[in-house]
Design a protein around this ligand. Structure first.
Ligand SMILES: [Zn+2]
Length: 424
């Protein structure tokens, strides 16, 4: 442990240095330009791995690093505390990308890489907060003969991180088990077998108060939390259902954190609750939203844009992701998840019909960030509009909350039935 820590001293991790084994001789050349790497001459015994490109994307809840290699990289993963770091050990590697390509962002506040000795190189990720790798794998690139190392980190609690550090045998780590974070949409939670887990997300919170009641001046964040509590309580009275609150107090959570919390608690479904305002105070009634790149209509588009501003309000919004990385983020499971989300939205509309005032075309869709979990079916519910007097009165009425919680519970059961029939 000590030796490894020492190896780690600042002087030993050299950025942008290529370690070359050339005719048995270790030659260290600082800042060797990439185009001269073809010079791995005949007689080279072990040709170093070539890291051709790299990119990083994500936010404080979840971040991804992708590094392109000329061939399959063997790697080992370790966790280090104080400061919290994830270390990736590689064989001798020539880093041929620009330092800016791995400029720290998201979960990572510092990213370093370089040669350790003639046979090894290392990537050191220092983190803003405890995190773990949920995906760490070398994937073959279909177009080139190369491989890309995909590293997906996700926020965890201090406790989980300490456990990760403790449980790994640093000296004997030949490979580190990494569990994939992805799950099939309807897979029951392993930790509570057979339970159908629902993440109830009270929109807004903390510095982000959301909309304000036209008459009462009530804050949307308080209305959503009161409703979420009533709804989760109601759901938890159902057999086989386990509901939890994504936020259970007046605190700010970024949209990405909400998605990550739902995924980490292995939710089978996420329901985000809102009560926004519109310019047109005569419009009232409930709306159910699912995610889509293209909005169903102008109102949906504007509403999603406003909801997505939540992160900006708190100053945690992340810059535009590099397109290539976000493309990789799209997963095949998303299509299946999307079908489940739409089925859930339909179930809600069906339960509300004749019981609750709905707006025209009550199932709408737009690019809501909070609905973007690719493996958790997600819906966003606008219970009503705080810009409408009648809706506002209902939104503040505890009896109405109970009624809506009841109807939504029916909707959840309606959605669940075919899943159960299919063994899901
Ligand atoms: Zn809202």
């Amino acid at each position: 442990m000590v030796a490894d820590e020492e190896k780690f001293g600042v002087g030993h991790v050299i950025r942008h240095v290529l370690t070359i084994v050339l005719a048995g001789l270790a030659v260290v050349i600082a800042a060797l330009p990439l185009h001269s790497t073809h010079a791995w001459a005949v007689g080279t015994e072990v040709k170093p791995l070539l890291a051709l490109g790299a990119r990083v994307a994500g936010d404080r809840a979840r971040s991804r690093i992708v590094i392109d290699f000329d061939r399959k990289p063997d790697f080992k993963l370790h966790y280090l505390a104080r400061p919290n770091r994830i270390v990736i050990d590689l064989p001798s590697t020539a880093f041929g990308f620009n330092q800016e390509d791995l400029a720290p962002r998201g979960l990572f506040k510092d990213i370093r890489y370089g040669a350790m000795d003639v046979d090894s190189a290392r990537l050191v990720l220092t983190m803003e907060r405890p995190a773990r790798m949920v995906i760490a794998e070398a994937q073959q690139d279909e177009k080139t003969s190369g491989y890309r190392l995909v590293l997906d980190a996700e926020m965890v609690t201090d406790q989980v991180f300490s456990q990760l550090v403790e449980e790994q045998g640093w000296g004997q780590a030949t490979s580190v088990a990494v569990t994939r974070g992805d799950r099939v949409a309807s897979t029951p939670d392993a930790s509570s077998p057979g339970k159908f887990v629902i993440a109830v997300d009270a929109g807004h919170g903390g510095i982000d108060a959301g909309a304000t009641g036209a008459t009462s001046k009530a804050a949307e964040k308080d209305i959503t939390l009161a409703f979420a509590r009533a709804f989760a309580d109601r759901l938890n009275r159902e057999e086989g259902i386990e509901a939890f609150l994504v936020r259970d107090k007046d605190e700010f959570l970024s949209l990405s954190e909400r998605v990550t919390i739902a995924r980490q608690r292995q939710a089978n479904m996420l329901i985000s609750v809102h009560a926004d305002t519109l310019r047109q105070s005569n419009i009232r009634g409930a709306t159910v939203y699912t995610i889509s790149d293209k909005a169903s209509d102008r109102m949906a588009e504007e509403l999603a844009a406003r909801e997505n501003l939540s992160d900006e309000v708190a100053g945690v919004s992340t810059p535009q992701e590099p397109a290539e990385v976000t493309d990789i983020l799209l997963d095949l499971t998303r299509r299946e998840t999307q079908a489940f989300s739409i089925a859930a939205a339909n179930a809600v509309v069906k339960s509300f019909e004749g019981q609750v005032t709905l707006i025209n075309n009550p199932h709408r869709y737009a690019g809501f960030q909070v609905l973007r979990a690719h493996d958790v079916p997600s819906i966003l519910l606008e219970l009503g509009f705080l810009s409408n007097k009648e809706d506002e009165a209902l939104l503040l009425d505890a009896a109405w909350r109970e009624k809506i919680a009841d109807l939504l519970t029916q909707a959840v059961q309606r959605y669940r039935q075919p899943l159960q029939a299919n063994g899901g």
